[in-house]
Design a protein around this ligand. Structure first.
Ligand code: ADP
Ligand code: MG
Ligand code: MG
Length: 249
C-alpha cells in the first residue's frame, strides 16, 4: 500500500525528515509515536502533499505508484486521507453537504458522474449508523462551534464516506479528551478492512488502549529508529523516550 524509502524533507530550508523508511500493507494499522518535534506531523503532511514541505530525497509510493510529485488533491483522489485536511469553519455548509461535494469532486476527477442522490443518501445513512452519528449533527454547519469530540466525529465521518485506501490520523497532543479518543478509536476499528490501512500518529499511548496497532514505530529526529508490536507503546509509556535516544548513541 504505502512504501516510503529514504524520505528527506525540509521546511524553510530546515531538514526535518532525514532518511525515513516505512512500509504499510493493506489491512494494517500502524502507530507512529515519538517526542514532540520529532517530525510526526511533518511526515503526515509530506505524505498528503502539503506544499510548504519540500521533499529533497527519497520516494513515496502508493500501490506501486510514486505520488511524491502529485498535488494534495490528486493524492486525495488516489485514496490518501489526512485528518484535519478540512479544518475550516464554513457557516451555512452542513457536514453532509460538505462531504457530498468532496465525494463528487473526487468522482469528477476520476471522470465519473455525480453520485445519484439516492445512493448518496443511502451511504450517508449507512455510515452514520455505523458510527452512531445522529442526524442533527449531520445538519450542523461545518466545524462551527464544534467541540473537540464533534471535530473528531466529523473527521471520522469524512473518512467513512470517502473510504480512503490510506488514512492518516494525526492526533496532536492537545485537546483530546477521553470522549474524542473513543470516537476516533471506534471509528478506526469499525472502518478497518483488509483493503485499507491506517496510520495513527500520537504522542501518548492512551489512544492505543482503544486501537490495537499491528506495528508501533518510534520517530526520532526525522527517522524511524525503532519498530515493534503494540507492546512497544506500553514500554514507551512506562519508560519515556530517553532510553531509545540512549540506545542510538
Ligand atoms: P511532531 O509532530 O513530531 O511534534 P513536527 O513535524 O510538527 O513534529 O515538527 C518537526 C520540526 O519541524 C519541529 O522542529 C518544528 O518546529 C518544525 N516545523 C514544523 N512545521 C513547521 C513550519 N510550518 N515552519 C517551520 N518549522 C516547522
Ligand atoms: Mg508537535
Ligand atoms: Mg505533531
Amino acid at each position: 500500500m504505502l512504501k516510503i524509502e529514504n524520505l528527506n524533507a525540509e521546511i524553510d530550508g530546515k531538514a526535518i525528515l532525514k532518511g525515513l523508511n516505512i512500509e504499510v500493507k493493506a489491512g494494517e494499522i500502524h502507530a507512529i509515536m515519538g517526542p514532540n518535534g520529532a517530525g510526526k506531523s511533518t511526515l503526515a503532511n509530506v505524505i498528503a502533499g502539503k506544499e510548504e514541505y519540500e521533499v529533497t530525497d527519497g520516494t513515496i509510493e502508493l500501490n506501486g505508484e510514486d505520488i511524491s510529485e502529485l498535488a494534495p488533491e490528486e493524492r486525495a483522489h488516489n485514496g490518501v486521507f489526512l485528518s484535519f485536511q478540512y479544518p475550516v469553519e464554513i457557516p451555512g455548509v452542513s457536514v453532509t453537504n460538505f462531504i457530498k461535494t468532496a465525494i463528487n469532486e473526487t468522482r469528477k476527477a476520476k471522470g465519473l458522474e455525480e453520485m445519484p442522490a439516492k445512493d448518496m443518501l443511502k451511504k450517508i445513512r449507512e455510515k452514520s449508523e455505523l458510527l452512531e452519528i445522529d442526524r442533527k449533527f449531520l445538519g450542523r454547519s461545518l466545524n462551527e462551534g464544534f467541540s473537540g469530540g464533534e471535530k473528531k466525529r466529523n473527521e471520522i465521518f469524512q473518512m467513512a464516506m470517502l473510504e480512503p485506501k490510506l488514512a492518516i490520523l494525526d492526533e496532536t497532543d492537545s485537546g483530546l479528551d477521553i470522549d474524542a479518543l473513543r470516537i476516533v478509536a471506534n471509528g478506526v476499528n469499525k472502518l478497518k478492512s483488509k483493503d485499507n490501512a491506517v496510520i495513527v500518529i500520537t504522542h501518548y499511548q492512551r489512544l492505543l488502549d482503544y486501537i490495537v496497532p499491528d506495528f508501533v514505530h518510534v520517530l526520532h529526529d526525522g527517522k524511524i529508529v525503532k519498530t515493534g508490536d503494540a507492546s512497544l507503546a506500553l514500554e514507551l509509556e512506562a519508560k519515556g523516550y530517553d532510553w531509545i535516544k540512549q540506545e542510538l548513541v
